[in-house]
Design a protein. Sequence first.
Length: 556
Amino acid sequence: MSAADLWQFVGGIGLFLFAMSQLETALSGFAGGALRGYLRRHTDRPLKSIAVGASATALVQSSSLVGLMVLAFVGASIISLENALGVILGANLGTTLTGWLVTTLGFKLDLDSIALPLIGVGTLVLVGREGRIAEFGRMLAGIGFLLMGLSFMKDSIGAVGTTLDVQRLAGLAAWQYLLFGVIFAAIVQSSSATMMLTLASLHAGVIELPAAAAVVVGADLGTTSTMLIGALKGGAGKKRVALAHVLFNVTTAVMAFLLLTVLLDVVRRLGISDPLLSLVAFHSLFNAIGIVIFLPFMKPFARFLERRFVADVAEESLYVGETEATVSDAALSAISKETAFIISRVIRHNRLAFSPALPRPPGRPPLESSSHPHDDSRSFDEHYRRNKRLEGEILSFAIRVQGQPLAAEQSKRLNRLLSAVRHAISAAKSLRDIRHNLAELAESPRRELYAYTDYFRSVCTEFYGELYRLGSDTDAHAVVQDFAELLNRVHVGHEQMHSKIYADVQRGSLADAEISSLLNVNRGILNANTSLVLALQEFCLEEDEAATLNQLSDVT
């Protein structure tokens, strides 16, 4: 292989991997919300989960993307471990579609004549438009780059076939081809790229079908590294899913490798004689057999996994765990700091209830918590569970404090701090309860509902902007008038949206289910925003000021 052929080969792999990343980005933006909703709604039974995993992976052409989504859903308790296993099994089968498409089209067509128009049109759309249309352009360009990368690999591997003594490769052991597939797929993080390389090598006559089959088996093993990496910093649920993926792929790969000759003979008996089609048929066949083997044991397999890892029970608190409950002044100071901590976390994390998350408002949050690392990489539901754990730690410590002698003023202050904690968690719960409605509205194909989604986003964006303006005020202490005006704006916004919904109902432009969702979201946002204001007023205001404000609020 000349230097030019080598760089053409490397460039082909690079283009292919770049194209896959662009396709994942495009499909996440173009259909990611719908895909998440689809996975969430249709994974209630193992067989359905397998079908969903296969179809979703066939759609986005990335088992890694689907696998990482499943990790996130399990971490957020959206789907059960047993049904997550079904999605993973199906994803392995769905990813074999890439080989079928490339074999039936990529090796039969003039790739350059297709790739360049796709790249040209897709790039123009990507840079000239915004939103979903731009992501559609990214998808077209990604497909074009994928085909161009495949063309480069075909041509460079073809040059190897004319200069290399392929008999030297025939002397390699099957396990060496298997090991190559494992290492290459782990490095490039793509079984599809490994399959394309193997198909190109088989097409050029560089390797024979049994050797190519061994490489493909190894590739399925190598891609388990993606899930392992994704689960490293996750909770017990994520680690269980990653372990399941490894065990399934190892079991399936061992079976396929030991029965390699038998399975290739089955493919031949099915009437498939073309080496390229035989390879992709072999890939689909051993993954399908793996699903058949595992399917009857899904429940015991899930129980086995649940015993493998213990859920993380690390403390969420920063202050109360380091303070003695018997020292009342220090204990109240710790609870006060912890209350500010949980309120600031809820204010920040509540922006994650929307998809995409609400932007961070300018200015400073109303309560600073400099000791807390700003980690918003977790899902909203994971943050909610962590805040609930923090609430429990605060309440547990407060009960021990209340068992000590306290002055009247200390007792009142403690009760108000606990009230602030309850209001903060109530704000988070109100948004958690309507997240499925927000997702349904955002994923609806009806343009009318997009307007409501945008309005709810703008209402909450404005609300959090007002909260941050409170924190940026030169006055260190917000007065009751500031909170009263903010509460009034919250209620006015709710009533305006309420009137708009009823006006649309009278015009007959909303279905019954849409009416229920819109009213539910409107009420949930009212309760969430009102609860946050009440949490802040309990923490910031004096007792008589808080009593005045309580008379102005009406949380239901």
